[in-house]
Write a protein that binds this ligand. Structure first.
Ligand code: SF4
Length: 311
């Protein structure tokens, strides 16, 4: 593969696991403190009722069956593929110790082959020591990644999108997770109302300084059945054009740490659920535009990292 101006996920997976690896998204039926009232009701303004996930468990498909079906699906395309078991919906460590153990037990019999890694989405404020202990034990068997949302490095904006945690909460969470030897993937959203291009840069600098091993970023999207849908229909919020997103994404990537892995640069919500933007948000489309932009600038991932960190 030609030298790319950023570190994408695929070559990293190939190097780490020695084979192609595909994700199988799982819904463990968890909830989240932004929905059950512990922090708030209604969720983050951009999050749909399925908690940014598949909604599978609610439709009755049990977790073990979801995993089995997912493995069969990806292995039909590639019989040799490894699998990342991806607990995507809601805050997966916002459960009792017993429930987390029960959820992870579905991986038994699959760990190592085909499940080569386990990725778990959660929030900075739902990581009790008991959950970290359980995950650290699992991490001794296969790599565990904790996906933690920062979204935007600005406490006021975190409040405005109803995240109900702070930037400091995120930084402390990353530190605690790293202390038990688990890699963190930090999440960011570009184009949150009031953030602007400077905000995109600041969020990248925060993620670079955090010690997160990987980064997922996407542009703000308006999904059906979200609070943002109402704001968007009332003309109170807008989304970035493709040109602006690629410009800001290039700024963002330039400020990441040169070694961080860029796991994702666009959202993965189904097109039928997306009200805006309507331009091509496919991975290939964004990736191609980002390469063109960075090559045109003569920069790459991390080009501005040392300036930002002063190192
Ligand atoms: S984005 Fe995550 S933290 Fe926010 S409401 Fe959805 S599941 Fe909860």
């Amino acid at each position: 593969m030609a030298d790319l101006p950023f570190n994408p996920l695929r070559p990293y997976l190939q190097k780490t696991f020695g084979r192609e690896v595909h994700r199988v998204a799982l819904d463990a039926g968890s909830t989240c403190p932004n929905r059950d009232g512990a922090k708030g009701f209604g969720g983050c303004t951009y999050c749909d009722v399925e908690g940014s996930g598949t909604g599978e468990l609610k439709s009755g498909t049990q977790l073990a069956q979801q995993l089995k079906d997912g493995i069969e699906r990806v292995r039909k395309r590639d019989p040799e593929t490894g699998v990342i078991a991806y607990f995507q919906s809601y805050s997966n460590t916002y459960v009792s110790q017993a429930r987390l153990t029960e959820v992870l037990s579905v991986l038994e019999g699959h760990l190592g082959d085909p499940v080569v890694a386990v990725s778990i989405a959660t929030r900075p404020d739902t990581l009790p020591p008991s959950a970290l202990e359980i995950l650290a034990r699992l991490n001794e068997r296969v790599p565990v990644w904790l996906e933690i949302g920062l979204e935007v490095a600005d406490d006021k904006l975190l409040d405005s999108i109803q995240r109900f945690h702070t930037v400091e909460d995120f930084l402390v969470a990353v530190e605690r997770v790293r202390e038990v030897g688990i890699d963190v993937i930090g999440h960011a959203i570009l184009g949150i109302p009031g953030d602007g291009r400077e905000g995109a840069r600041r969020t990248a600098e925060c993620l670079a300084a955090s010690g997160a091993r990987g980064v997922k970023v996407h542009n703000l999207m308006i999904l059906k059945r979200t609070q943002l849908e109402h704001q968007w229909r009332a003309g109170q919020v807008d989304v970035l054009s493709a040109e602006h997103y690629v410009d800001w994404l290039a700024d963002f990537v330039e400020r990441l740490h040169p070694d961080q892995i860029l796991h994702r640069m666009t959202g993965d919500a189904p097109e039928t659920e997306r009200l805006a933007p309507r331009w091509d948000v496919s991975v290939n489309g964004i990736r191609h535009r980002l390469i063109q932009e960075l090559v045109g600038r003569g920069t790459r991932q991390g080009s501005l990292h040392s300036l930002a960190s002063g190192s």
